[in-house]
Design a protein around this ligand. Structure first.
Ligand SMILES: [Zn+2]
Length: 386
């Protein structure tokens, strides 16, 4: 998941926020913004307003705009209500922002924009719908009251890697070279490309054009991690759109990434269920076991305190593995406490950033103050995990 950072000016006034959030029902915010010498008009719903007059605006296509006070040229509230685009308007808007020649394919909860084969778009749609159902079932069985998003979730599927990378650079910069798919938290879209034509996955030229052929290619053991990445990114999108987490809220990465990893294991054989959710993630368990050989004594503390270990390419693989392991442990051994903790995260509003100390305090409240005891039990559970 790409990182987005904000200036420190986002100190949110609670009273102001509440006022604006009640105003959102009645008024559409019209804002003229000057950026890089260009004036741009935006309309949408004010999600939060900072003390210094900066705003986080959601436009009808679901995109979030963090607007600094000195960028605002004019601003007024209209009497029309804010409404997210319906499927047709959303498809039109997205198509203006991607290269020409894309078509759309709709499923119950997704809008898939693609320029690869229709079969591949359908394959993605079916995979995402199964993930969506499995995600909802998993959490509703644990007492979470998730809600369907108000607008379809957008997935953009490019026919090949070069065109995907070219587009992804506008979101990720040079980091695009290293990814096979991503969730853009700002635009709320997942982006990827047709994996059946990728070197090492297929041994012939051309893309697979039937569902069974695609499944045959992508069920191979060597593609497990590739498909896992696609599922991982889609899991972020669902989590941020069904009420489990709110975009731009300060959700610790060990939670958002750990849960995405927890859900990422593909289950392509089963057409109905998704039996592997919550199972042992072999790859991450192996990585965690390797890490345990030289694991620093403050590992749990650093994981829980901030996102540094996830942001550094050297330490990220161990951080992801440990985040998976911790989620695996907490969901199995400390589920009631962890569910309660997740509920507090669900209630977090965007752009209210916390300190390392705040995050640890929340952990003490949820699991008790003895972090060493928690760590011992966690590590011992994972050592015994088969
Ligand atoms: Zn992620």
């Amino acid at each position: 998941m790409p990182a987005f950072r904000f200036s420190n000016g986002w100190l949110v006034v609670i009273a102001g926020t509440l006022l604006l959030q009640s105003a959102q029902v009645f008024g559409l915010e019209q804002v003229s913004v000057r950026r890089d010498g260009q004036e741009q008009h935006l309309e949408g719903n004010v999600v939060v307003e900072s003390q210094d007059g900066g705003i986080l605006l959601m436009s009808p296509d679901g995109v979030l705009w963090a607007i600094q006070p000195d960028e605002i040229v004019r601003r007024r509230t209209d009497s029309r209500p804010f409404q997210l685009f319906d499927r047709i308007l959303l498809a039109q808007k997205v198509s203006q922002e991607i290269p020409t020649g894309f078509e759309t394919y709709s499923t119950a909860h997704y809008l898939i924009c693609y320029n690869t084969s229709k079969a591949y778009a359908q394959w993605c749609g079916a995979l995402y719908e199964r993930l969506y159902r499995a995600f909802f079932t998993y959490w509703s069985q644990r007492g979470f009251d998730l809600r369907d998003p108000e607008a379809p979730l957008v997935a953009i599927v490019f026919a090949d890697r070069p065109s995907f990378v070219k587009y992804a650079k506008t979101d990720l910069g040079e980091g695009a070279e290293a990814v096979i798919g991503y969730y853009n938290m700002r635009t709320n879209r997942v982006l990827m490309y047709d994996l059946t034509g990728v070197d090492g996955i297929t041994n012939h030229t051309g893309l697979a054009t039937t569902a069974s052929h695609i499944n045959r290619i992508l069920s191979k053991p060597q593609t497990e991690r590739t498909v896992a990445t696609i599922i991982h990114e889609a899991t972020h999108q669902i989590a941020f759109n069904c009420g489990l987490q709110q975009r731009y809220a300060d959700i610790p990465l060990w939670v958002s990434e750990g849960l995405a990893v927890y859900f990422e294991t593909p289950d392509l054989e089963s057409s109905k269920g998704w039996r592997k959710i919550g199972g042992v993630n072999r790859e991450r368990l192996l990585q965690f076991r390797m890490y345990l050989r030289n694991r620093p004594s403050d590992s749990l503390r650093t994981l829980l305190s901030n996102s540094q270990r996830f942001r550094n390419t050297q330490t990220a693989p161990d951080a992801y593995a440990e985040a998976w392991a911790l989620n695996y442990y907490l969901l199995r051994r400390r589920s009631a406490e962890y569910h309660a903790y997740l509920q507090t995260l669900s209630a977090k509003k965007p752009l209210m950033n916390e300190t390392d100390e705040d995050r640890l305090t929340a952990i003490y409240t949820a699991f008790g103050e003895n972090l060493e005891a928690l760590d011992r039990d966690f590590v011992s559970y994972l050592r015994d995990t088969r």
